[in-house]
Write a new protein. Structure first.
Length: 210
């Protein structure tokens, strides 16, 4: 599946979660579990992507009808290891559509905590660079029955900048809940036997348009 990422001429602060600039973005639904099964509406999320000459913008709007699984002492100054064990939204980005096994993972939690990783999938193993520094900026807001999260990352993080009509590969995810009822949602379901997001063969396409 392919989604279009629209270009904006003027950059804007990522903290502006309600900026009218987001209105021009295509809305991408995350409503299925990794298995392909439809998740309850209370766990659905929508994502919007935009790009400019300097950066990629990602905004998540997630339904939140159950208790949040978050840190009670979030540290927003450095990346949070194992953030994926709590409530989180994620984007995987593979700048070279011919090498989707080389990709970047950016995560954000409802608290504003974040983590960035560079990954190379080799056969059934992953080589993960935990020291990777994307310089990403993150923001989040918790409201009644809703959570908003956003990321801004400059192109230097990917060592590549797209041109209009370029296609990159990637996927979008949401982890929510805990224990046996924990949900692993994916824009493009990976359809593995057990929850697993690291399946480049299942990546969708991000097409950059003017």
């Amino acid at each position: 599946m392919q989604v279009k990422i629209r270009r904006v001429e003027k950059d804007f602060p990522i903290v502006e979660l309600d900026s009218v600039t987001w209105n021009s973005a295509e809305e991408i639904s995350i409503e299925k579990y990794w298995s392909g099964e439809i998740a309850p509406v209370g766990r659905h999320a929508n994502t919007k992507l935009l790009w400019s000459e300097t950066a990629l913008y990602i905004r998540f709007e997630a339904n939140q009808t159950e208790p949040l699984i978050i840190s009670d002492k979030p540290n927003l100054k450095i990346k949070t290891r194992e953030l994926w064990n709590r409530d989180v939204c994620e984007i995987f980005v593979a700048p070279d559509e011919n090498e989707p096994q080389k990709y970047f993972e950016l995560e954000i939690a409802p608290t504003g905590e974040w983590i960035d990783l560079r990954i190379h999938r080799v056969s059934d193993k992953r080589k993960t660079d935990f020291d990777y520094d994307s310089g990403m900026k993150a923001t989040a807001k918790i409201e009644k029955n809703k959570v908003f999260m956003a990321i801004k990352v400059e192109w230097k993080a990917f060592s590549k900048m797209p041109k209009a009509n370029d296609v990159w590969k990637g996927n979008l995810f949401r982890c929510v809940g805990s224990g046996e009822t924990r949900g692993y949602l994916a824009w493009q379901p990976t359809k593995t036997a057990e929850p697993n997001f690291h399946v480049p063969e299942r990546f969708g396409e991000f097409k950059f348009v003017s």
